[in-house]
Design a protein around this ligand. Structure first.
Ligand SMILES: Nc1ncnc2c1ncn2[C@@H]1O[C@H](COP(=O)(O)OP(=O)(O)OP(=O)(O)O)[C@@H](O)[C@H]1O
Ligand SMILES: [Mg+2]
Length: 256
């Protein structure tokens, strides 16, 4: 079953029949999905099902065997290196493991994408880093090392780093995994703020159905390498398909 993949009016990202094998393993078997400008699309699905692989395709870190990734109507496989770099610059990526550089301070970590793009004039750099850290309520921790932070703080630093280039699109891979409900709520609030204040388009991978319901405009369920369901949180709740019900009840603490 597949529904609600949207009409093509203002698609920011369009995944068109993506397939990908790694070695002998078929990971994606025709993923088609449209993410509209300004919407928050939550991606759910079993562990090992290919959610992170989908995000890697959107950033161009992985190339599909078949199918296309279109960002703002442009097939990213057709772009020159320079144009792809510009598109990548407009994408913020929050890796699944936070992936801070342990040898760099909080401030240096957050500044990294700007240094990479040689965008930040040194005087503006501190200003931008401080502003990004204020957004995640960590400005006073700018000189700490990642090892001296809690797990939730590390996630927020990674979030500040993903946001510092003011991306149009942010990809969040499990932004709340392992966090307590309060830290989870804080991250969800930030994701919503990025959408409301800056019009950011987001794709959020999560296993947490409560977070999914809080932040999603639409939820896509990846199953057996395809988008099995795509719809609003209310449509997901009302869905009678046993595969969907089985997955959702298994991830929401509600007995099936
Ligand atoms: N670079 C890689 N080399 C080999 N196999 C890979 C690579 N990246 C992903 N895979 C495989 O692709 C499959 C899908 O992985 P992926 O990380 O996308 O799953 P996921 O849905 O994000 O799972 P989780 O919820 O546990 O994070 C897995 O079987 C994984 O081992
Ligand atoms: Mg993953």
């Amino acid at each position: 079953m597949s529904k609600g993949n949207g009409n093509s009016a203002a698609a920011f990202v369009r995944l068109d029949n993506l397939s990908k094998s790694i070695g002998i393993q078929k990971i994606l078997c025709g993923v088609t999905l449209e993410i509209r400008q300004g919407e928050t699309m939550v991606l759910i699905g079993a562990s090992g099902g290919g959610k992170s692989v989908v995000l890697k395709h959107i950033t161009g870190l992985m190339r599909p065997d078949n199918g296309r990734v279109l960002i703002k109507g442009q097939d990213i496989a057709m772009l020159s290196k320079r144009k792809l770099a510009t598109v990548r610059q407009s994408i913020g990526l929050l890796f699944q493991n936070g992936a801070l550089f342990d040898s760099m301070s909080v401030g240096q970590n957050v500044a990294f994408p700007l240094r990479e793009s040689r965008e930040g004039a040194p005087d503006k750099l501190t200003e931008k880093v401080t502003a990004a850290l204020e957004l995640v309520d960590l400005a006073e921790h700018i000189n700490k090392m990642p090892i001296d932070l809690s797990g939730g703080m590390r996630k927020r630093v990674a979030l500040a780093r993903a946001m510092i280039t003011r991306p149009e699109l942010i990809l969040y891979d499990e932004p709340t995994a392992g966090l307590d409900p309060i830290a989870t709520g804080a991250i969800n609030k930030l994701i919503l703020q990025m959408q409301e204040h800056y019009g950011v388009t987001s794709v959020v991978v999560t296993h947490d159905m409560k977070s999914a319901e809080t932040i999603a405009d639409r939820i896509a369920f990846l199953h057996e390498g395809m988008v099995y369901f795509c719809g609003t949180p209310a449509e997901l709740r009302d869905c009678k398909d046993p595969v969907v019900i089985n997955f959702v009840s298994g991830h929401s603490g509600v007995p099936s």
